[in-house]
Design a binder for this molecule. Structure first.
Ligand code: TEU
Ligand code: CA
Length: 576
């Protein structure tokens, strides 16, 4: 029997404020915009809202570079708006979760300003400063060969002190030194401030990077095209991570608060279980990245790779089974503000197949064991940026830095330019950041002004107003998924998971089991008919009701133990 918790039965809606809804006509989404759409969010049937960072920030990395944890980025609104939003969310019986970004701060944060001001500063040791190394010519070099996720070395030289500071992301995002207990106390202070204000928990940015191996060894060479190498082995799930997370967990427990930690670079379930095991008192759940890496090529994220059905099956089933058997918990997601749109990535976004695809993926995700996360626009089947986007359309630091580095190293070869731009259209984070498509009016009803990032040209067809009015839309399908999941928590929330017909290369099928019910989810990932045989051991001889279908398999029809013809991208759920 799985242990029950309120947050296990929740579904979460993620809001990327700048791209959600602009209330005051400056082209930037804001908190009052969010407030104006709470009815829409609630009608979808979610229980919790996660807001990406809305704190004061120079916005080098869209708010993941915070310069004041207690105040709000003015274009998004004010601290009072957050209070009002929290209250409005609570009035609707929902919860509100904020983003806690404490692996690093902005370089404009007063802590870092003080830290860099002098070697003697009280704040010097709040960040990670190291002396240079020297090459054979006596030239000063970064302390080691670690790469930054946004290009170049993970170390930035500071002229004034002759030392380097660590930044795993942009150089404007210096890493905090968690070894220093005053830093940990400062983080506790931030957490308590927002929890006391009534926030229900946190999504914790790259939380498994907070403890580093403090001797900073060189990383093994895994990328032959660069001097800078991935050092994750020395900072992902580092030596003191669980000590730190346990202290965080104690605070969360006091407030009965929710937490979801972001954990890139770790695909080892036993490692993750140390953070999310029910008896560990650390985090509620984590986001792993194993599915997100399936289309990243050997030369990094912006090189191609084709994922295979067998890989999808083995990754999903691995996490499903281990978390269930070992009393951990899964965070289920296919999209967020860093990832391309799922219909474009895991299915087919061509107009003919888009709605079917979005429903197929909703079925795929929504009946697994774990807590479901939906990213704004996913409930509409929003797609990746259009094919005519040029480099000038992009806003994201990761893509723009990659392009600058690409031009500097690869030069002017047009063929490789085209290939790289095609990779951005597949995987740039901006695919998720185009404005939410509310209706068919100018700028998709997102704003009365030109938005900070281009609206997708398909908005006259793909928008919320049209879908809310259409009972057969992706939006209403998602609402059904969330409702059905809740109507039968024993099997859909807490039940065990088994892959069905594991070797099938076209159909992803899985069953869920509780002591009283069995459910079967059947998903044809191909845009053509395939034949598929019902497994003999599941419902044979008994009636199994069709609970949900993205075609018209009628509800309450029984499906016999036979070979079926599945329609292109067909998805259905049986319950017996
Ligand atoms: O992302 C961390 C992370 O590892 C990625 O998802 C990241 O976007 C990817 O490695 C780039 O290829 C988190 C936030 O979600 C992201 O938006 C921030 O940029 C990043 O941390 C730094 O705070
Ligand atoms: Ca605005």
């Amino acid at each position: 029997e799985a242990r029950r918790s309120w947050w296990k039965e929740c579904s979460v809606y993620q809001i990327y404020t700048p791209s959600f809804k602009d209330s005051n006509g400056d082209g930037i989404g804001d908190l009052r915009g969010v407030m104006s759409k709470l009815d829409y969010i609630q009608s979808l049937g979610v229980d919790m809202i996660w807001l990406n960072p809305v704190f004061k920030s120079p916005q080098v990395d869209m708010g993941y570079d915070i310069s004041d944890y207690f105040d709000i980025h003015p274009p998004y609104g004010t601290a009072t708006d957050v209070d009002e939003l929290t209250e409005a969310v609570h009035r609707r019986g929902m919860k509100l979760v904020m983003d806690l970004v404490v692996n690093h701060t902005s370089d404009q944060h007063p802590w870092f300003q003080a830290s860099r001001s002098s070697l003697a500063s009280e704040h010097r040791d709040w960040y990670i400063w190291k002396k240079p190394t020297f090459d054979e010519h006596g030239k000063s070099q970064p302390p080691n060969n670690w790469a930054s996720y946004f290009g170049g070395s993970a170390w930035e030289y500071d002229e004034a002190s002759g030392e380097y500071y660590l930044h795993l992301f942009a150089k404007q995002q210096p890493d905090l030194n968690w070894e220093n207990p005053t830093v940990r106390a400062a983080v506790e202070n931030i957490m308590r401030y927002w929890l006391d204000k009534g926030v229900d928990g946190f999504r914790m940015d790259v939380i498994n990077f907070i403890s580093k191996q403090m001797h900073f060894p060189d990383a093994p060479i895994t990328n032959k095209n660069s001097v800078w190498q991935n050092g994750a082995k020395y900072y992902a799930c580092g030596p003191r991570l669980h000590e730190y997370l346990h202290n965080i967990g104690k605070i969360l427990k006091e407030y009965d608060a929710f937490s979801v930690g972001e954990m890139p670079e770790v695909n080892d379930c036993d490692e993750v279980l140390k953070a999310v095991g029910f008896d560990r008192e650390e985090l509620s759940m984590i986001f792993h990245f194993e599915l997100m890496g399936l289309d990243h090529g050997a030369g990094g994220k912006f090189t191609p790779r084709k994922w295979k059905m067998q890989e999808l099956k083995s990754v999903v089933s691995k996490w499903q089974k281990v978390m269930h058997e070992k009393s951990g918990w899964n965070a289920l997601y296919l999209e967020n503000h860093d990832q391309p749109r799922a219909v474009s990535r895991f299915a087919i976004d061509h107009p003919q197949y888009r709605a079917l695809s979005a429903k197929l993926l909703a079925t795929f995700l929504g009946f697994q064991n774990g807590t479901v996360f939906i990213y704004q626009g996913q409930e509409l089947g929003m797609a990746n940026v259009p094919h005519d986007w040029t480099i000038d359309h992009y806003r994201d630091i990761e893509t723009l830095n990659h392009w600058a580095e690409f031009l500097a190293t690869r030069g002017e070869k047009t063929a490789s330019h085209t290939a790289t731009l095609a990779e951005y259209r597949k995987k740039s984070r901006d695919n998720a950041r185009t404005p939410m498509q509310w209706d068919s009016s100018a700028h998709a009803g997102f704003s009365s002004a030109i938005p900070w990032i281009s609206v997708h040209e398909d908005y006259p067809v793909w928008n919320a107003t049209a879908q809310v009015a259409d009972a057969k839309s992706v939006y209403h399908y998602w609402a059904s998924v969330l409702r059905l999941r809740k109507s039968c928590p024993d099997v859909f929330v807490y039940g065990s998971f088994e892959l069905v017909s594991r070797d099938d290369a076209e159909v992803f099928a899985y069953s869920r089991h509780s002591s009283t019910n069995t459910a079967l989810v059947v998903l044809n990932f191909e845009p053509r008919e395939v034949s598929w045989t019902m497994p003999k051991n599941l419902f044979c001889g008994q009636a199994a009701e069709v609970l949900l279908s993205n075609y018209t398999r009628s509800k309450a029809s029984t499906i016999a133990c036979e070979t079926l013809t599945l329609a292109p991208l067909e998805a259905f759920v049986l319950l017996g």
